[in-house]
Design a protein around this ligand. Structure first.
Ligand code: SAH
Ligand code: SF4
Ligand code: F3S
Length: 461
């Protein structure tokens, strides 16, 4: 999104002149935490600000409006909010005109309390209130404090909006979650499941394809629930078929699928649709079916394993990834061994793992958080260590093979080397005799395969 301000940076006028231009045109700054949906929401916020004539500032020090788009999924990101608001408070001492806003999941969760606890905050926008930013700015300009945290009923409406994208973009297709896993705050901060109309999603993707976007990632807390609350007869697989027909789009990804809803129909679609990439994020959370039951995940380890083995059989180059929680209430040493055994059996290419932390208002809040912090830490370290070995082994298998890589830019460390991703979403740095542009898709021979990145050379035509 850098770019709104480019003409200021490039203008030849004196500093004085530049300052007076900046004084006329107001600017905003957004710091985004959390998942891809928050990134998408920040892009929407940026488009609303741009429509109001604001430019995007690179630091809060230069901004008239500073926003924090927050995440409350675990204690750590939640705590970030207070340090971030402390930092903005200091900046405001130097610039008393600075307006401060909190958006996203902590805004939804804490609402008015944020205005009281952090009086430097001018406005709070919950997860359904992104489109009300203009209204909020108007009220803040009049000196009012604002808190919009009502959930909106009905379907999810997100009209196509202008954004500055590269070759790849996120698109929210549904939001909210009705699963209520016992540890999780998301159903409370994102509300009930709501889908967007297919026509609106397809319009947005066509719009992005016209702007040169080649890869899209369909977002939802639970993409398999897509379509459930719509008046049209459509489900997630059908949507994938329709997206696959959009010319200009070369790659389709999606997050997140819930294992209990991961269907054979979806596996067949992944096999049959050429643009759907061979990568699947299917969070297991724990290897013990007892723990899964208490987590309210609604599948056993055996059911999960059968589904992924089928998916791997039908989509042989499928790269699996997962999320794990260690130290859920009541998780015994044996339960944890089952998580390690599951990892050995499934063999994920990559994963995210977290120590359990209690979230207010969730079912698991009523369970004793009885795994010692030191045990959580040790289990997390053992899990990550095992994954390091598995990732290294799987990565080594890519050596000498050809990968289809979409160029995303130059490698950070070396200006002469391109960087991109293969269809399995692995980072590939590579050299090419041909000059490539962002979004070009090239076959690359992998010469070196490290656990987290590959190095190769574009194959000659
Ligand atoms: N909708 C996705 C995940 C959303 S949250 C899904 O259903 O899989 C992302 C990840 O955060 C979860 O998969 C889980 O591993 C982790 N997580 C959620 N709540 C947590 C908590 N209270 N403590 C630790 N990790 C948590
Ligand atoms: Fe949270 Fe479970 Fe919903 Fe995922 S499916 S967002 S983990 S409640
Ligand atoms: Fe965090 Fe909200 Fe996403 S809690 S993970 S930003 S849905």
């Amino acid at each position: 999104m850098a770019g709104y301000n480019d003409h200021f940076k490039n203008s030849e006028g004196s500093d004085k002149k530049r300052r007076s231009i900046l004084a006329l045109s107001r600017s905003f700054y957004i710091n985004t935490y959390g998942c891809q949906m928050n990134e998408y929401d920040s892009e929407r916020l940026a488009s609303f600000f741009a429509a109001m004539g604001f430019t995007q500032a690179e630091t809060p020090e230069e901004a008239d409006y500073a926003l924090v788009n927050t995440c409350s999924v675990r204690e750590k990101p939640h705590h970030k909010v207070s340090s971030e608001l402390g930092r903005l408070k200091k900046i405001r001492r130097k610039n008393p005109e600075l307006k401060i806003g909190v958006c996203g999941c902590v805004a939804q969760q804490d609402g008015e309390a944020l205005l009281k606890r952090y009086p430097q905050t001018d406005f709070v926008l919950g997860t359904d209130a992104i489109a009300r930013i203009g209204e909020a700015v108007e009220l803040v300009e009049k000196g009012e404090k604002v808190c919009f945290t009502e959930f909106e009923g009905g379907e999810l409406k997100v009209p196509v909006f202008g954004r500055q994208t590269g070759c790849s973009a996120f698109i929210t297709i549904m939001k909210g979650c009705d699963n209520f896993c016992s540890y999780c705050i998301v159903p409370y901060v994102r509300g009930r499941e709501k889908s967007r109309h297919a026509a609106e999603i397809l319009d947005e993707i066509r719009f992005l394809a016209d702007k040169g976007v080649k890869e899209i990632t369909l977002l939802g807390q639970n993409v398999n629930s897509f379509g459930k609350n719509l008046d049209e007869n459509i489900n997630f697989t059908e949507l994938l078929y329709r997206v696959n027909n959009i010319s200009g789009i070369e790659r389709i990804r999606f997050v997140t699928s819930h294992p209990k809803d991961f269907s054979d129909e979806l596996i067949y679609a992944m096999r049959d649709l050429d643009k759907v990439c061979e990568s699947l994020h299917l969070p297991l959370q724990a290897g013990s079916s007892d723990v899964l039951k208490r987590m309210n995940r609604k599948y056993t380890y055996g059911e999960y394993r059968d589904k992924v083995l089928k998916a791997k059989e039908l989509v042989p180059s499928l790269a699996l990834s997962s999320d794990f929680i260690v130290g859920f209430p009541g998780e015994t040493a044996e339960d944890f061994e089952m998580t390690l055994a599951a990892m050995e059996e499934i063999r994920y290419e990559s994963l995210f793992a977290f120590a359990y932390s209690v979230r207010p208002g969730t079912k698991a809040e009523g369970l004793a958080d009885d795994v010692k912090a030191s045990d959580k830490k040790m289990r997390l370290a053992r899990l990550l260590d095992l994954q390091k070995r598995i990732s290294a082994e799987i990565s080594a298998g890519y050596k000498g093979k050809m990968a289809e890589v979409m160029t995303e830019g130059f490698s950070k460390r070396d200006g002469g080397v391109y960087t991109g991703r293969n269809r399995q979403n692995r980072v590939v740095n590579f050299t090419s005799r041909k000059v490539l542009s962002v979004g070009d898709i090239t076959d690359v021979i992998i010469h070196e395969a490290k656990p987290n990145s590959f190095f190769g050379e574009a194959a000659e035509d």
